[in-house]
Design a binder for this molecule. Structure first.
Ligand code: GYE
Length: 306
């Protein structure tokens, strides 16, 4: 059922833990897998989940968190769309005595007592992994290698960190040049649109680095429409490793994918249980993940769950 606030709710039962979860949106395959994971894990844990979709708008997340506070939920978890601007609402939760857990994305609040823990990936490391593979590919190249970059949502932790990690690794290789970098908001539609404009402005793009699979998949459509072969004429690196991305990698259209694991639900429910039980938890819980070349993607694709 959906209540007046647009939240999906399950019927309250006496004694159940009530968890308010404010999700970023439904912008990507990663996000859908993440939402499913949270819903399934909450059901398995026996929690009542109030799930609210912010449609990639911070103001909607702030509203959702305030509504959870008014409803006196037991705990609040959220994936902050951008890093900045959370102190006031997190302070309100703290004053109401409701513990907050960050999942997937970080906030830049100086006061770390505003939340219990942050569960998610190391996005800087993901950017480094993308950069290291590229450096290795072009280690013998003397000519300039022209890179275009599709950034994630402006101001979001994964967009900031994946850019920084990548730049940190490629900066010593003078011939690896980022010639254009723009946001595609983590969506296929925007990835396609921005890639179209990159292709119009630059005739000789060698490499695309997209901060997620979906933008990469949109860009592939634009590349093919321009009569070029993705994975050959333009080398493509993405992040996430969701099923559609892995399928494109298995076909050779994406050359390298850095994994970002969306299945955070079980760890989140564990953390909620621990916090409510007063058990000490780690302030930072880092997700384990790897990378896939085209060949490696082919080998695991059939068993890929998301
Ligand atoms: O990579 C992207 C999604 O925050 C890690 O958000 C997440 C990112 C993910 O839209 O596909």
């Amino acid at each position: 059922t959906t209540n007046a606030g647009g939240e999906q709710t399950t019927a309250p039962a006496a004694g159940k833990v009530v968890l308010g979860f404010s999700q970023v949106g439904a912008e990507s395959g990663w996000r859908s897998a993440n939402s499913d994971s949270v819903k399934e894990a909450a059901a398995t844990a026996g929690f009542e989940l109030k799930f609210s979709d912010a449609q990639q708008k911070q103001e909607n997340q702030i509203k959702a968190i305030r509504s959870f506070i008014l409803q006196k939920v037991d705990a609040i978890a959220f994936s902050p769309v951008v890093e900045s601007g959370w102190d006031t609402v997190l302070q309100e939760a703290k004053e109401a005595g409701i513990p907050v857990i960050l999942t997937d994305r970080a906030v830049d609040s100086k006061d770390t007592s505003l939340y219990e823990t942050f569960i998610g990936s190391d996005f800087v490391e993901e950017g480094r992994r993308a950069g290291k593979w590229l450096v290795e590919q072009y280690k013998d190249a003397a000519e300039p290698i022209k890179i275009v970059e599709l950034q994630g949502t402006t101001g979001s932790a994964p967009a900031i960190d994946r850019k920084n990690g990548f730049e940190e690794v490629i900066k010593d290789q003078a011939n690896l040049q980022i010639i254009a970098s723009q946001t595609g908001d983590f969506t296929r539609a925007k990835g396609k649109e921005v890639m179209q404009s990159f292709l119009q402005a630059h005739k000789d793009i060698d490499v695309l680095y997209a901060h997620n699979d979906d933008m990469g998949l949109g860009a592939i459509q634009a590349i093919e429409a321009a009569g070029l072969v993705p994975g050959k004429d333009i080398i493509i690196i993405t992040v996430d490793a969701v099923k559609d991305g892995m399928a494109a990698a298995a076909e050779g259209k994406i050359n390298f994918i850095v994994e970002c694991n969306p299945l955070l639900g079980p760890q989140l429910m564990q953390a909620v249980n621990d916090v409510l039980a007063g058990t000490e938890i780690e302030r930072r819980i880092v997700t384990e993940e790897g990378t896939f070349t085209s060949e490696e993607a082919k080998a695991v694709l059939a068993d890929r769950k998301y």
